[in-house]
Ligand binder design. Structure first.
Ligand code: GTP
Ligand code: MG
Length: 298
């Protein structure tokens, strides 16, 4: 295929924390590239989800939820990342959770995107939570002052996949003639070790509460493939370090008699095995480093 017949674009997926951005990118690229949890601030960095269709390449950028008032260096980094992703994009999709349509971040992001002069779409997500769909009209009307600058409002659900195809088709029509940035079959820009760390971080987010998930980091220290001598199958061996700031946090991550970390390890290993269709061996350990956040994000 000649580069002149190719279409390509960067599509920033932005929105308030917990709006459903990562769920949307996973549905759009038909692959799990971004981790999802019921807690806000799950996504910490820009994650690309790449989808190729005929001569079109859509590069979706999952972004951290917009932090209005950052509380630490990680949140400051997250805020900067969402802003920069939007600035570098050709198209934006502002994801609005219909139950939190009046979150301040929604208008802020809509205005930033419009100011930039890029096609701006609104995905009104989690509509499966609303039995009475007539409630959508007043919600759309509440954005009437910005309506003329918005390509369209797309009621969607990432759980039932309602409205996804329409959103996808509209985005494809907005792509410009451009050479593809990534080779075909690339799904994300994240390195393999970061992808593995993210899976374990997701399981920690799902099983820990209050502030603990925000105070930890997961680092894949070492990984390799090794052939099993008996059955000749390749197996994946992984060592990960869960870094926390304090002794009390370490205790919570380990859980009583190490039960929590064993459970997290089991869930993470299961997902890695499913994703890579192989046997995986996962070794987790927890270390304390009071300044990891400053070192990584300061
Ligand atoms: N009912 C319903 N829940 C959804 C839908 N999409 C996402 N969720 C849920 O909303 C929660 C947050 O989803 P995420 O995709 O992690 O949201 P996010 O915007 O990426 O969140 P941050 O990265 O923390 O900013 C999870 O519990 C999802 O299962 C949807 O279409 N319907
Ligand atoms: Mg996310």
């Amino acid at each position: 295929m000649t580069s002149s017949s190719q279409f390509c674009g960067l599509i920033a997926i932005v929105g308030a924390p917990n709006a459903g951005k990562s769920s949307l990118i996973n549905v759009l690229v038909k692959n799990k590239v971004a981790i999802v949890s019921d807690k806000p601030h799950t996504t910490r960095q820009a994650v690309y989800g790449i989808s190729c269709h005929e001569n079109l390449q859509s590069i979706f950028i999952d972004t951290p939820g917009m932090v209005l008032t950052p509380q630490d260096s990680l949140q400051t980094y997250m805020r900067k990342t969402s802003r920069q992703s939007l600035k570098g994009a050709d198209i934006s999709v502002v994801v609005i959770d219909v139950d939190r349509a009046h979150h301040k971040a929604n208008r802020l992001l809509l205005k930033e995107s419009i100011k930039q002069g890029i096609p701006t779409l609104v995905a009104l997500t989690k509509i499966d939570n609303w039995k009475d769909k007539s409630r959508l009209l007043p919600l759309i009307e509440s954005y009437r002052d910005l309506e003329s600058d918005i390509v369209g409002f797309f009621p969607i659900s990432c759980h039932s996949h309602q409205g996804i195809e329409e959103l996808e088709l509209t985005i494809r029509k907005l792509l410009s003639p451009n050479s593809w940035i990534f080779p075909p079959n690339t799904v994300t820009q994240l390195s393999f070790d970061v992808t593995l760390s993210e899976i374990t971080r997701e399981k920690l987010f799902l099983s820990l509460h209050q502030e603990i998930p925000y105070k930890l980091n997961v680092v894949t220290e070492k990984w390799y493939w090794r052939k099993n001598k008996r059955n000749k199958q390749k197996e994946l061996w992984i060592w990960q370090n869960i870094v926390v700031e304090k002794e009390g946090q370490k205790k919570l991550v380990l859980g009583q008699d190490g039960r929590r970390i064993r459970h997290v390890g089991l869930l993470s290993r299961e997902e890695i095995q499913n994703q890579h269709q192989c046997i995986a061996h996962l070794f987790l350990h927890v270390t304390i480093n009071a300044t990891w956040m400053e070192r990584c994000y300061g």
